[in-house]
Design a protein around this ligand. Structure first.
Ligand SMILES: Nc1ncnc2c1ncn2[C@@H]1O[C@H](COP(=O)(O)OP(=O)(O)OP(=O)(O)O)[C@@H](O)[C@H]1O
Length: 239
């Protein structure tokens, strides 16, 4: 079953056509990576998926409803690149506040904090956290609502490798329990951790694939090189 379907999605930002017309589907209960260089349109696409982006054309359907429908608010979680937590509250107070909005208990808030590796910093004010810790506090606040679809914009930026691996394990545990995750990254080594890959370049979908298929199509075990080979092959066809 598909959790998300996108048909001919066109988005302009300012005077630029950022997404010319994308079509793809995201299967439920998997981790789908949205990979692409800076400026390729990842955030714009994620904004369209959660219904906060004005679109020029096309349809975005999430869990059977148009993206942004009121009925999806509690079912779709979105963690932006800029952490959306309250600086003047502690990590615990933030998580418990968001838990109360979703009708969840303080215990569930504390579990979400532990899930992102912030248990030791639970009593600290968000204002006193590092950038990476702040991002994880924001992630904890999204996890606490147990959304069916989680859209995460570069959640591992600035994290040390151990923590990155732990978060990816957490993403896969959530997917195994039925959550659909869409995770953006511009680091190709994270592509290998995804079940499926959507590769964007200048707003175009270069690949809708799996890591294994991309390695085969790009004739390289190295995903970055495989991506480049696929891009070059497309350019040769277009020339
Ligand atoms: N508010 C805006 N007005 C005009 N253009 C914008 C706006 N926001 C983004 N853009 C442009 O849209 C394009 C795609 O931006 P987007 O943020 O979606 O890319 P991205 O792949 O998420 O990049 P990054 O990895 O750096 O976050 C870029 O060329 C960017 O300059």
């Amino acid at each position: 079953m598909d959790a998300v379907t996108v048909t001919d999605l066109g988005v302009d930002r300012g005077r630029r056509r950022v997404l010319p017309g994308l079509s793809f589907a995201v299967p439920a209960g998997q981790v789908t990576g949205l990979l692409g260089p800076s400026g390729s349109g990842k955030t714009t696409l994620m904004r369209a998926l959660v219904g906060v982006q004005q679109v020029r054309s096309g349809q975005v359907t999430v869990l059977g409803e148009p993206a942004g429908s009121p009925g999806l608010r509690a079912r779709v979680g979105y963690v932006t690149q800029a952490p959306s937590v309250y600086d003047d509250l502690t990590v615990r107070e933030n998580a418990r506040y968001f838990a109360s909005l979703y009708g969840m208990s303080a215990r569930e808030a504390d579990a979400a904090i532990a899930d992102v590796g912030l248990a030791d910093a639970a009593g600290q004010l968000v204002a006193d956290l590092s950038g990476g810790q702040r991002g994880r506090a924001s992630l904890a606040c999204a996890l606490v609502g147990s959304p069916e679809v989680l859209v995460l914009d570069e959640p591992t930026v600035g994290l040390d490798p151990v923590l990155r691996v732990e978060l990816w394990e957490r993403f896969h545990a959530l997917a195994a329990a039925g959550t659909t995750l869409i995770v953006s990254s511009h680091v190709m080594d994270e592509a290998g951790r995804c079940d499926r890959l959507l590769l964007l370049r200048a707003g175009e979908l270069i690949a809708d694939s799996t890591p294994a298929q991309l390695r085969a199509d790009g004739r390289s075990e190295d995903l970055e090189e495989a991506f480049l080979n696929v891009v070059r092959a497309r350019e040769e066809v277009a020339a």
